[in-house]
Design a protein around this ligand. Structure first.
Ligand code: FAD
Ligand code: FES
Length: 258
């Protein structure tokens, strides 16, 4: 992991309060793996309010260009400050952090399940391991929250959409079309990232149908380096830190009920 002053190559609004930010960070890009994240300091060097950096997943990795791209949704003070940065400005970044996705070689038919802003790390996986067969199951509150669909099209990954309000795709929860695909025996492995209720529902379906997989968790973070224990989650093997033991856990590892 390294701390670096990153040049902002690009920042633009994607829609529904989501921004895409591309950073020139050759050291981080060189080491980054799909499923990992970076911590962004939201104020310039020398300023300390807010003190804590904000964790954001890596959406795209371009090792040749030395860049990574991130997508963040504006939800509070830190992400509002991030949205105010301009192309050409400098941002303090540290990473890459976390374990990333590791999928067994033999697995081919993979269901990627994204809830809202959980989509970006799944894209970096599909883009870096293109030899596998993916289907993206993408659930969101409404059509405006479904972002970067053209990028999935570019990868030739079929996308199954579900929206809470029925504005696009299936009207309901994304787990319903997922279950249909599982019943058609078209899923060997599941990788999911999104809000906790969605992850809990995906875990239940996967365990009931004996399908292995991975869950990428979000949790409130403080230090981001494993020292403060502020991000722990309950697992079969006791409490683990989402920042350094995760954010990716085995499908049957996490106890959501505690
Ligand atoms: C490993 C990891 C990867 C992440 N990847 C992304 C990403 O790719 N894109 C993205 O938009 N967001 C991502 N997040 C969430 C992001 O870090 C938070 O939205 C951000 O830190 C909020 O900062 P803020 O100061 O704007 O909001 P705050 O003012 O701190 O909080 C605003 C609201 O957001 C809630 N919130 C804050 N942090 C989290 C969190 N970690 N999980 C759930 N709710 C939270 C608070 O409870 C509050 O309701 C990730 C979080 C983790 C832990
Ligand atoms: S955020 Fe401090 S241990 Fe994970």
């Amino acid at each position: 992991m390294e701390i670096t002053q990153a040049l902002i190559n690009e920042i633009r609004l994607l829609g529904s309060d989501c921004y895409l930010m591309e950073l020139l960070v050759p050291g981080i890009a060189e080491k980054a793996k799909p499923g990992q994240f970076v911590e962004l300091k939201t104020v310039p060097q020398g300023y300390f309010d807010p003190l804590l950096a904000r964790p954001i997943s890596i959406y795209k990795i371009n090792k040749a260009a030395g860049t990574i791209a991130l997508i963040f949704k504006v939800v509070g003070r830190g992400t509002t400050l991030l949205a105010g940065y301009q192309k050409g400005e400098i941002l303090e970044v540290f990473g890459p952090i976390g374990n990333g996705f590791v999928i067994p070689e033999a697995v081919n038919a993979i269901a990627l399940v994204a809830g809202g802003i959980g989509m970006p790390p799944l894209f970096s996986l599909a883009e870096s391991e293109r030899q596998r067969n993916y289907t993206l199951f993408y659930g969101a509150r409404n059509q405006r929250d479904l972002i970067e669909l053209q990028e999935w099209e570019r990868l030739n990954v079929p996308v199954v959409i579900a929206t809470d309000d029925g504005s696009l795709g299936y009207h309901g929860l994304i787990t319903e079309p997922l279950l249909k695909q599982i019943n058609a025996q078209k899923v060997q492995f599941i990788v999911a990232c999104g809000p906790k209720p969605m992850l809990r529902a995906v875990q239940k379906i996967a365990l009931e149908n004996n399908i292995p997989g991975l869950l990428s968790l979000e949790s409130h973070m403080a230090c981001g380096v494993g020292a403060c224990l502020g991000c722990t989650c309950n697992t079969k093997a006791g409490y683990k830190r989402v920042c350094v033991d995760g954010p990716v856990f085995g499908m049957d590892e996490v106890n959501f009920d505690d």
